[in-house]
Ligand binder design. Structure first.
Ligand code: UDP
Ligand code: MG
Length: 338
């Protein structure tokens, strides 16, 4: 059983993978612990799968490759990696070299100090100004509406102890946000600052639409505050319009006779109505986001399909499989339901 599992989700990263291998493996070799690297190919449409296969043949002793049957998203790919990993400590990072593999040593040191969850935040972030601003706003929003406390939710370079991974494996969440889910199970979380680099090759695999979806997953998965805010907004609008109505009536009564032209004429009512209609539609859409996710959850379809796993035959041996199932079952009974 390796001490350390390193999980990397891979989606159309064929160009960057060779550079990743030349930095990742030496960094792990230097740690002096037994380790396994698990690449999860998230239905790449480029040559990623072939490149990963070649790397598996080069370092079969420490490499495993999980080939998913489609593109299920970064977080589902990591969840798949969690199901296959065997290590006592599990580290996740991006495959595009934005998370320097050399930082794994620092995460591991914190785990050794007794923390069960080591998050990280990016020192100086090497992304576009738009991404940085959006992240800052979303971090504030999450901080205000959920119980998840972390400086930088977008940084995936994190380390989790075996007990947290077991707890995550016992969840059957369809749309989730791995660092937040892990945080909910953490007993002793901490975080450290890590370096961040520009994407070595290629472009971000997140379109604006995918980014919005991901952040809805975070909000809906860990808080119902957005829905509650809408109820509060509804009450406030009702109270305000009621008050305004009373004022208008009183005004008419005092002035007497001049109906129609009162305080109401001061407002551009059309604009106000469109604003309120917009709010109502947004609220409906928000409700739909929750309902849609509930629907996906209750359908209970497999969250991802595994096409193949490249690993050394010894790992398939029955005793290891049994022990892994045992480990999962233990997690289910203890930390998850607590
Ligand atoms: N990724 C994935 N599936 C996806 C999108 C991304 O596995 O549908 C992987 C991607 O290959 C990379 C990591 O998730 O290893 C982070 O993606 P990316 O660098 O594109 O995101 P960004 O750094 O722009 O937030
Ligand atoms: Mg990236």
């Amino acid at each position: 059983m390796p001490e350390l599992s390193v999980i990397l989700p891979v989606f159309n990263e064929a160009e960057v993978l060779p550079a990743l291998f030349t930095r990742l493996y030496p960094a792990l070799d230097r740690l002096g612990v037994s380790y396994e690297v698990i690449f999860v190919n998230d239905g790449s449409r480029d040559r990623s799968a072939a490149v990963l296969r070649t790397q598996f043949e080069r370092r079969p002793d420490v490499t495993r490759v999980v080939l998913l049957a489609g593109n299920y998203g970064q977080h589902m790919a990591i969840m798949a990696g969690f199901e296959y990993c065997l290590g006592e400590t599990v580290v996740t990072l991006d495959a595009d070299l934005q998370n320097p593999p050399e930082e794994i040593a620092a995460l591991l040191a914190k785990i050794r100090e007794g923390y069960d969850y080591v998050g990280s935040y990016r020192g100086t972030r090497q992304d576009s100004a738009f991404r940085r601003l959006a992240s800052r706003l979303l971090n504030v929003l999450r901080e205000r509406t959920t119980h998840i406390r972390m400086t930088d939710q977008g940084c995936m370079l994190r380390a989790y102890s075996r007990s947290i991974v077991n707890a995550i494996n016992s969840c059957r969440e369809v749309n989730t946000f791995v660092p937040a889910l892990a945080y909910t199970f953490a007993q002793r979380p901490t975080e450290i600052e890590v370096a961040h680099e520009q994407r070595a090759v290629g472009t971000s695999k997140y379109s604006l639409y995918k980014l919005i979806q991901l952040n809805f997953d975070l909000m809906t998965g860990f808080s119902i505050a957005p829905l509650q805010l809408f109820s509060i907004l509804g009450i406030l609008v009702s109270l305000a319009s009621m008050t305004a109505y009373v004022i208008v009536m009183l005004h008419r009564w005092v002035v007497s006779g001049s109906f129609g032209e009162g305080l109401l004429a001061l407002w551009d009512r059309d604009i106000l109505e469109f604003f309120l209609i917009g709010m109502v539609l947004f609220g409906l859409g928000l409700l739909g986001e929750y309902v849609g996710r509930i629907y996906e959850q209750v359908r209970g379809r497999p969250r991802f399909l595994v096409e193949a796993v490249l690993e050394q035959p010894a790992r398939d041996a029955a005793p290891q499989k049994v022990s892994r199932l045992d480990a999962t079952a233990t997690g289910r009974g203890s930390s998850h339901q607590a």
